[in-house]
Design a protein around this ligand. Structure first.
Ligand code: AMP
Ligand code: MG
Length: 416
């Protein structure tokens, strides 16, 4: 029994995960179109231009502390020295005199360094009496001054095309005074689920029926990518319905994502329809969950036919469709970040397929990070995805992993 299931994992016709990813990456090219949007509408969009700073940031030298601005040469080498306080510099309200030797200016964080001064002493290190400030030894000339252009210098490249804009980039762009940016056009992605057993939410379940959960996970995963979604609903397992759905999807979309109907043994008319409308490869991937995957062109759209099982849909979406859709939208997609962690639980695995087991990264008893399995790993058990915060990726040739063994972990956080 064990032996035959083990043999079953080795399929000479199956494509490795890496090879399927490579073929998809080689095929899918960016849409190329772009539009200009105001900064507040740019979150999550992909930059379509390189950004070079038009100004120095900060634009002028200013104080990093509340304290006193003075000439570095006036800092005492030992003991203390009294300097005359000749005014105050506020953030946004500069002191417009000149600081001569023996003088200082009360200064607030962010205020311009007055002319003549080049150094700030924090107020905690100064004894103030009426119009004089006693500064002790120990300071360094130039200290607590933010130099003009120290964050970003004028003319310096700041961001490159292909960058997905996060809150940090919005702030960086705002600090440069850039109010609008050119971003790539959102990809239009049509999606539908297939199956006679599927019911929409709100309808009671009859015998053998289940709710259509895949359309919601797909909706969620596609929304996060910033795609423009075209939800074509549940498509029944008939030749006419499948053909109509693919035709409509191909008319409107840059990409089509479906669930179900691509396994060996599924109705031939899916294959037939796709042969008529485009060029689609039906692959068996050496991957668990998620063996079947269809990829190709339907009309002018890219097509990702994901398996029907709910966990398989998510695993194959993240490994194949998501990087491709990001590339389609012009995003620069790097290699996924994998971290090696010891597993706290024994992981069962037969050699043959790359497994994407669901795991939880947490702090172990000794205070270091470990990963543990979420438990049962059936490809229909969607709750395992919700309990998990990572995939534990076990390479195809790996067998069982004992507790304490090091495994590759791909965190869900950051999967977009
Ligand atoms: P299929 O690939 O169509 O043979 O489906 C494989 C398994 O996934 C079957 O148990 C289906 O009932 C289930 N399934 C297919 N589509 C969905 C869906 N949209 N939501 C939840 N389960 C589904
Ligand atoms: Mg089905």
């Amino acid at each position: 029994m064990k032996k035959s299931s083990c043999m079953d994992e080795h399929d000479p016709d199956a494509l490795s995960v890496a090879e399927a990813q490579r073929r998809i990456a080689a095929a899918v090219q960016p849409i190329g179109a772009s539009e200009t949007v105001p900064l507040h509408a740019a979150l999550g969009r992909v930059l379509a231009e390189d950004i070079v700073s038009p100004i120095d940031v900060p634009p002028h030298a200013n104080s990093a502390m509340d304290g006193y601005a003075l000439r570095g040469a006036d800092l005492p080498e030992s003991g203390a020295r009294d300097l005359r306080v000749i005014g105050t510099a506020w953030a946004g309200k500069p002191f417009d005199g000149f600081v001569h030797t023996g003088q200082c200016v009360r200064i607030m964080t962010g205020a311009l360094i007055p002319e003549g001064a080049d150094t700030v002493v924090m107020q905690e290190h100064v004894r103030r009496t009426d119009d004089s400030a006693r500064v002790s030894a120990g300071g360094k000339p130039g200290q607590h001054v933010r130099r003009a252009g120290e964050d970003v210098a004028r003319g310096q490249p700041v961001l490159t095309a292909g960058k997905r804009l996060s809150p940090a980039e919005l702030g960086v762009l705002a600090s440069l005074g850039i109010a609008e940016v050119r971003v790539t056009r959102r990809a239009r992605v049509a999606f539908f689920t297939t199956g006679d057993e599927l019911r929409t939410l709100g309808a009671p379940l009859g015998p053998g029926q289940i709710y259509d959960s895949n359309r919601y996970t797909l909706h969620g995963m596609l929304s996060r990518l910033g795609a423009e979604l075209i939800d074509l609903g549940i498509v029944r397992d008939t030749r006419a319905a499948v053909a109509a759905a693919f035709e409509e999807a191909a008319r409107q979309a840059d990409a089509i994502v479906t669930s179900g109907g691509v396994s060996v043994g599924d109705a031939d008319y899916v294959q037939e329809t796709l042969e008529r409308l485009g060029q689609v490869n039906f692959w068996k991937i050496a991957m668990k969950p998620g063996r079947p995957l269809a990829f190709g062109r339907v009309g002018d759209a890219w097509f990702f036919g994901l398996p029907g099982n709910p966990v398989s849909v998510m695993a194959t979406f993240y490994q194949f469709a998501q990087p491709a859709l990001r590339r389609l939208m012009g995003e620069h997609v790097g290699e996924p970040i994998l971290i090696k962690l010891p597993t706290a639980t024994r992981l069962k695995k037969a050699p043959g397929r790359t497994e994407f087991q669901r795991g939880v990264v947490e702090t172990g008893a000794a205070g270091q990070l470990v990963v543990r399995s979420t438990g049962a790993q059936g490809s229909g058990m969607l709750s395992s995805m919700s309990k998990a915060n990572c995939f534990i990726i076990l390479p195809a040739d790996s067998g069982d992993v004992e507790a304490g063994g090091l495994v590759d972990v791909q965190l869900f956080e950051g999967l977009v």
